[in-house]
Unconditional design. Structure first.
Length: 373
């Protein structure tokens, strides 16, 4: 989002009719430039509707509405903060015009520029269509393909980690209540980073090739990860291992440690897992969809690294690299995933990023600057 310096004079507003026509033209053009994104979204939507119909589940739009509402709130806060920053900047610069006119000009030409509105509309519309189907597919997985891979994934974890489960290596290092609380906070921060990255590219003023590549990769990894591989390797995860595999639960001590830590610090994974399993048993609920393999938390975190490297901002790479490692660690010690789920997620992110590079528009446009342009 580029910064435009407002001069003391010469600020004029765009006529409403012209502004509206510019928005309409940008929206029309966007349907063509976002055709790959819409194709992925439509595929997921149709797949989800058909699968829910076949397994006898209703399509739930509740979570999509919640995410959309959160996104709109986030956008409103972002625009408000942006305008407040501009107002302070004008005051400090000694601006001698009418601040209201200057800020309206900024809204028309930058914050709510026609191309930015069009890009946001297409990104968020496609995202909404996609996740209606995605959620439908995810919650249908146990009915379409009952959980059967948990024991195999547990044994694979043991095999590639020298005969020891990964959490047994990690818990002596991060098993204190305070450390688990920090890890859970970081794990939940993933959603904020996810929103930030999606807004950064979705709300960009310029529909660059990097923007298209990110959006295509972002939707593709959810589709390939959970919808395809999550169905093929249907599994519930370590936190639900005792419900899906008979015999001794190798994660019992881990879950007991998490519950004990939750008595001291809030470990949100504990009540969330309980709610998720109850929703799974009931067939509906506030949080729906049990699927462990692969880890989309890790997959999207690796995608953050890839887009940061392509963007060329060193600070973004320095943040996203350690953050991805922290998410991988959190997915294991919080009982959400087997370590191999995370490794698979990383591979999927690399594959989808490469594929998106092939599918994104070939023409090079202005790339994103230090702020989304």
């Amino acid at each position: 989002m580029s910064v435009t310096t407002l001069q003391p004079s010469g600020v004029s507003l765009i006529r409403f009719g012209d502004y509206g026509r510019d928005i309409a033209a940008a929206v029309r053009a966007g349907f063509t430039s976002h055709r790959v994104v819409y194709a992925i979204a439509t595929l997921a939507y149709v797949w989800g509707i058909i699968e829910c119909s076949l397994v006898g589940l209703p399509v739930n739009y509740g979570l999509v509405s919640l995410v959309s509402g959160t996104s709109l709130l986030f956008l409103g806060v972002l625009i408000g903060a942006w305008l407040a920053f501009d107002l302070v900047r004008l005051w400090r610069a000694g601006y001698d015009g009418r601040p209201s006119i200057a800020l309206l000009h900024r809204l028309q030409t930058d914050i709510l520029a026609p191309t930015r509105i069009a890009n946001a509309l297409h990104a968020f519309l496609a995202n909404g269509i996609f996740f209606v189907g995605f959620i439908a597919i995810k919650k249908s997985i146990p009915l379409a393909v009952p959980f059967s891979w948990d024991q195999t994934l547990m044994e694979t974890d043991k095999l590639i980690h020298g005969g020891t489960l990964p959490h047994d290596w990690l818990m002596p290092l991060v098993g204190s209540p305070a450390a688990l609380f920090f890890i859970n906070v970081s794990y939940n921060l993933w959603f904020v980073v996810l929103l930030f990255c999606f807004f950064w590219f979705g709300y960009a003023k310029t529909d660059s090739r990097l923007r298209q590549r990110y959006l295509i990769a972002y939707l593709s990894l959810w589709l390939l990860g959970t919808c395809v591989l999550g169905t093929v390797f249907s599994s519930a995860g370590p936190c639900f291992y005792g419900f899906t595999v008979a015999g001794v639960n190798p994660y019992a001590d881990l879950l007991a440690t998490l519950k004990a830590a939750n008595d001291i610090y809030p470990i949100w994974a504990v009540p969330t897992q309980e709610t998720l399993w109850q929703s799974h048993l009931a067939g509906h609920g506030e949080v729906e969809g049990v699927s462990a393999m692969p880890s989309l938390h890790v997959a999207t975190s690796v995608l953050f690294i890839l887009q940061a490297r392509a963007w060329g901002k060193r600070w973004a790479v320095w943040f996203t690299g350690p953050f991805a490692l922290l998410i991988l660690m959190g997915s294991v010690v919080l009982g959400w995933h087997y370590a191999v789920d995370g490794y698979a997620g990383a591979v999927i992110a690399l594959l989808c990023w490469w594929m998106a590079g092939k599918l994104a528009p070939a023409e090079e446009k202005a790339e994103l600057s230090s702020r989304p342009s």
